[in-house]
Write a protein that binds this ligand. Sequence first.
Ligand SMILES: Cc1ncc(COP(=O)(O)O)c(C=O)c1O
Length: 418
Amino acid sequence: MQESSTNTNYREWNIKPTIAANNTTNPIRAIVDNGKYKPNPSKSLIPLSIGDPCVFGNLNVEQSVNQVLKQNIDSMKYNGYPPSIGYEPARNAVAKFVETPTSPLIASDIILASGASGAIEIALSSLLNPGDNILIPKPGFSLYECQSKNKGFELRFYNLLPNKSWEIDITHLRSLIDNKTKAILINNPSNPCGSVYTREHLLDILAVADEFCLPILADEIYCSMTFGETQFIPIASLTSTVPVLAIGGIAKRFLVPGWRLGWIAIHDRNSILGADFKRSIISLSQIILGPNSLIQSILPTILDVNNEGIQKFFKEVNKTLECHSNLTVELLSKVDGLSPIVSHGAMYQMVGIDTKKFKDIDNDVTFMGKLLEEESVFVLPGTVFGLPNFFRIVFCAPEDKLRDAYKRMEDFCQRHKL
Ligand SMILES: Cc1ncc(COP(=O)(O)O)c(C=O)c1O
């Protein structure tokens, strides 16, 4: 007998985007990838938009790093599954690389992950339940939002102050805290601001964390990528009371974002987070079964602080980025309508747009779109970081490309001025 359509086993195809998928939105993709803006076909594209130092081929990983990787491939020792939190020698190397005399670490304090992004995702899930909130910077890296919303974590944005070197507005930060607040996320040095916090400012942040018993999630992926006299100070080195989950990785410092290796360093000197927390974070690391074994295998060599070749490489990269940062400020501060805010680290420059000076540019998204369409220079509008009327430049491109891009920006602003 034929089955009737009322049979409860009868189903029709009906596959829809899930709630998690619908709640996963990356503001950069939403604004920039909507197909609305196209570069000018008669001008070569200069992309200063993505935080990838490899785009132009002028910044490359140190040669010895590649050699170690090749040897380790040939050894056949790293083809199996490592523990989900990473090989012990690799974690030990990270511990030595990240620790300071006042914030010592051992291998068991380190969780390796698939990029700093993977580390942030694990850290967020280890601190928040759905409905809890976390305080995050505005302007800030859009991935925090992307990773939180689909898990039902609430984001509360604290303001950074452009006229105070992008320091946190501490009064505003405090005003956002309630009994559902589970952590304060800071990003130092900052994407998109290029700011680097002073000891005093870090102590001010720690005072709030201490008062409200809130752990710090410190995204320090740009650690030590600083210019001139500016020093990077790991926030964990300044506290013995506030637990700090410090995020790092090799993407930016070693110029290999595609290698996907990051970590969480758990600083918990008073055992406030305790053994249960470590167990839960290890459980969360098991979702992905850990990061790439081959890349882990090179960490003991490349993170060795006595590796002179690598230390020299770090200095050279910082010097190049510093020159590019200085060039950016020098050239763009001469352009009427633009106000670059000096960077002290990372690879980013925020530039203010005075829309009153332009006849047909009323916001940063229009500025970005027209600049791309007319001059084929691609920057990201501040809106994607939560701060309209700014745009962000990634200054990793070779100097001649930067000069060309800034000349085109000058011509563009000239053409559009009131
Ligand atoms: C502030 C910040 N944190 C984390 C990441 C992600 O790093 P990874 O490529 O290691 O996932 C980035 C990448 O641009 C970043 O700018």
